[in-house]
Design a protein around this ligand. Structure first.
Ligand code: NAP
Length: 245
């Protein structure tokens, strides 16, 4: 019996070592399911924040929702149950290893001014679209010139931005999450391997299939880009991106 116990402990050590090794290799997203789920801070509890944050709560993630009016988030967090909490933006940033910035694009420079250092080292999942009438011509121009993902990363210094969940209406995310058959593909873009790996698992756990490209290619599925608004399977999306695997 004692021998068996030692054997199990040794097996656990081997498994833990293997897991650590696998986690450091991009593409081994499956390993994350066995590891502890990252805590998530959501900035913005509207259509996108509420929908995607809600899908993560349903998948067992702890999610801290925030906005400039945290008292208004109570109906959302009450509905989602004990894994969902609500509070200020600063609290969400302190809570989350991953931050979903579900805000109008013009709020990003404001968040950078107010909370800049808190973004350093975070994985930022960015679904925000730049729209001229809401966010201003100048900011839209900047996103087109630098690329929208690179623009977000240039404001939120030290963060690892992954563009995701921006290319379709939240109503599609509500309707198609965890659908039977081929899952709906979500284009994502990022340059940091671990951030892309974590975001990919979050897309899967929300009920979709991620297809990843480098951050600069986020323009292809930004508003006005050829992949914006397209409901595709992962195979179709990989073909559209010209990816071989
Ligand atoms: N709706 C869609 O179907 C959809 C689809 C794809 C992408 N997107 C993009 O996702 C983003 C969010 O869209 P949405 O439809 O979810 O908007 P929404 O329903 O209007 O919600 C926006 C949220 O952001 C918060 N907010 C605004 N400014 C803020 C600031 N400076 N600091 C902190 N929180 C702030 C708002 O709360 P307070 O005002 O109380 O702070 C609100 O909770 C936008 O960039 C949009 O283009 C939307």
């Amino acid at each position: 019996m004692a021998d068996r116990k030692i054997l199990i402990v040794e097996d656990d050590k081997v498994a833990a070592k293997e897991l650590t090794t696998r986690l450091s290799i991009p593409g081994f997203a499956i390993a994350q399911t066995a590891a502890k789920k990252p805590k998530i801070g959501v900035i913005g509890g509207g259509n996108i924040g509420g929908t995607i944050g809600g899908l993560w709560v349903k998948a067992g993630y702890e999610v801290f929702f925030s906005s400039r009016h945290p008292e208004e988030l109570k109906p959302l967090t009450d509905k989602l149950g004990p894994l969902a909490k609500g509070g200020t933006v600063g609290e969400a940033l302190d809570f989350g290893e991953v931050i979903l910035i579900a805000v109008p694009y013009k709020a990003i420079p404001d968040l950078a001014k107010e909370y800049g250092p808190k973004f350093a080292g975070k994985i930022v999942v960015d679904p925000a679209n730049a729209v001229a009438r809401r966010d201003g011509e100048e900011l839209l121009k900047e996103t087109k010139e630098k690329g929208i993902g690179n623009t977000t990363e240039s404001y939120l210094k030290g963060s690892h931005v992954v563009r995701a969940f921006n290319s379709m209406s939240y109503t599609n995310f509500v309707k198609e999450a965890h659908r039977a058959g081929d899952r709906m593909a979500i284009p994502i873009a990022g340059d940091d391997a671990r951030a892309v790996q974590v975001a990919s698992q979050l897309v899967r756990d929300a009920g979709f299939e991620p297809v990843a490209v480098p951050l600069a290619r986020a323009q292809e599925f930004a508003q006005g880009g050829p992949i914006y608004g397209q409901q595709l399977t992962a195979k179709e999306l990989r073909e559209r991106f010209g990816l071989t695997k």
